[in-house]
Design a protein around this ligand. Structure first.
Ligand code: HPA
Length: 273
């Protein structure tokens, strides 16, 4: 563990060297939004594989990249390639890049993901502002010895998703005439989608949308005092709500359709936070 935290600090210091000035904002983009990496201006790109200790991304064979650039005249750090628990990474491995990035000086994180709609008033194609989460992954990146230099042993999660940033996001959505749903995101470890019985259970316990990501990085952000704003793209209604089977390709197709609206919202939010 001691070496792990030394690694966090080493990578954090390396990031400071690589990027010169560290942007205030980290963007973590889910399905369909990877294109934003291509439109950043004045880019500095650092492959994960050049950062010792960074896991390397396995999703769709894409190379993991950490990119600094300007989006809508706002400097951001962007993670292209995300690590999921279902890929077999430990929570510590998933957490390391975020810990290093936050250690280097990032103060705010915008996370997006694809999720299944549990709330029956939602529709496929909606965007949901995440107001809170339920961690049903059965694990946490904070398990194990705590590094007091990074954050407290028992971090508060009352405002895991910043109320201030949520208010700004709602104002931006209103201005852009984008209908924004609000709700609780529940994280399952996956990789199978849920059963209809699990979805009924998740609705009873208060979840509005379900996915397989986001919660580990949000826990780490809260541990280190980083403000979080989160959005889910409702790419499908969760299992059993519509009498259809779920498929990754259908979900990706809907993510593609949401992406322009999502992009507009994120770039607007960026200028206001
Ligand atoms: N369940 C879990 N993860 C998901 C879903 C879902 O229905 N849709 C997109 N990601």
């Amino acid at each position: 563990m001691k070496d792990y935290f030394r690694e966090v600090e080493n990578i954090g210091n390396e990031l400071k060297k690589n990027f010169d000035e560290i942007p205030e904002i980290l963007l973590v983009l889910g399905s369909g939004l990877g294109f934003i990496a291509d439109i950043l201006k004045d880019k500095i790109t650092v492959p994960y594989k050049s950062l010792r200790g960074f896991p390397t991304s396995t999703v769709s064979g894409h190379e993991g990249l950490l990119i600094k650039g300007s989006l809508n005249n706002r400097n951001v750090l962007l993670m292209k390639g995300r690590f999921h628990y279902y890929e077999g990474y430990s929570m510590q491995e998933i957490a390391l890049p975020y810990r290093a990035i936050f250690y280097s000086g990032v103060k705010k994180m915008i996370v997006t993901n694809a999720a299944g709609g549990i709330n029956k008033s939602f529709n496929k194609g909606d965007i949901m502002l995440i107001t809170d989460h339920i961690n049903l992954m059965g694990d946490s990146p904070l398990i194990g010895k705590n590094c007091d230099r990074l954050g407290p042993r028992f971090p508060d999660m009352t405002y895991a998703y910043s109320k201030r940033l949520q208010k700004i996001a709602e104002q931006c959505a209103r201005r852009l005439k984008i209908k924004l749903r609000k709700g609780v995101y529940v994280a399952m470890h996956g990789p199978s989608y849920e059963t209809p019985a699990e979805i009924r259970f998740l609705r009873i316990i208060g979840a509005d949308a379900v996915g397989m990501s986001t919660v580990p990085e949000v826990i780490v952000a809260n541990h280190m005092g980083v403000e979080v704003l989160g959005f889910s793209a409702i790419t499908n209604m969760a299992a059993g709500i519509e009498k259809v089977r779920l498929s990754h390709s259908d979900i990706n197709e809907v993510a593609e359709k949401i992406k322009d609206r999502f992009y507009a919202l994120i770039t607007e939010v960026l200028t206001k936070i």
